[in-house]
Design a protein around this ligand. Structure first.
Ligand code: AIR
Length: 224
């Protein structure tokens, strides 16, 4: 599935229906699961890793209260995560702040409280820019999405580091990067190569940050 939807509780499903509405309207296939970051942390990790390997390109995660689900998912993958704060207490402000205030290095795109429909639309927009949702969002974002000549630049064209883009990815280097349908055309192959190189770059940045953290002082040294 190109989009995977996760929510923290069955009590979130009414709100999360909006995301499904937007995805269905654009013909984007999705899969949904109820998995709580706090109540089932191990099952959540295994599921996300499985979905990445199976080719999910965008995650949508909704939760209320101490809404750590989107952030925890974002810590397991460099694929984009869209967080939906769900109103369960404090008018949803608790969930909104829990989702939006991610630390540097692990972003989560956050939509408005209970606005899962926008999360669905944003996911489709992301897919369209990656060139895989051919023609899906013509009516939604304007222009002819899906890689025809003259459409907007793909995100790879815009943000890729200068070096390394032309280099073909080494198969089997990182699990998850090989996922998704096999490219059929030269353009699809180029797009996939760009995506894989960008993901590799994102993983490298995370790795560097993690390695720096590993060198932080420990025990008594922390307070010195
Ligand atoms: N939640 C579940 N596990 C961790 C969190 N933060 C959230 C759910 C739901 C709220 O807690 O996403 O919005 C209440 O869940 P429940 O199951 O008690 O109804």
């Amino acid at each position: 599935m190109e989009v995977t939807i996760v929510m923290g509780s069955s009590s979130d499903s009414k709100v999360m229906k909006g995301a499904v509405e937007a995805l269905d309207a654009c013909g984007v296939e999705w899969e949904a699961r109820i998995l709580s970051a706090h109540r089932m942390p191990e099952e959540l990790k295994a599921y996300i890793e499985g979905q990445v390997a199976a080719g999910t390109r965008v995650f949508i995660a909704g939760a209320g209260l101490a809404a750590h689900l989107p952030g925890v998912i974002a810590s397991y993958t460099v694929r984009p995560v869209i967080g939906v704060p769900i109103r369960a207490a404090f008018d949803g402000l608790d969930a909104l702040l829990s989702i939006v205030q991610m630390p540097k290095g692990v972003p989560v795109a956050t939509v408005g409280v209970n606005n899962s429909y926008n999360a669905g639309l944003l996911a489709v927009q992301m897919l369209a820019m990656g060139g895989s949702a051919g023609g899906l969002v013509g009516g939604l974002v304007g222009g002819s999405a899906g890689g025809s000549k003259g459409d907007r630049q793909s995100w790879g064209d815009t943000f890729a580091p200068e070096q390394g883009l032309e280099q073909a990815p080494e198969p089997g280097l990182e699990s998850g990067l090989e996922s998704g349908p096999e490219p059929k055309t030269k353009r699809e192959l180029e797009q996939k190569t760009k995506t894989m190189n960008l993901e590799r770059q994102l993983q490298k940045l995370r790795q560097e940050r993690a390695e720096k953290l590993m060198k932080e002082p420990q025990n008594r040294e922390v307070f010195e």
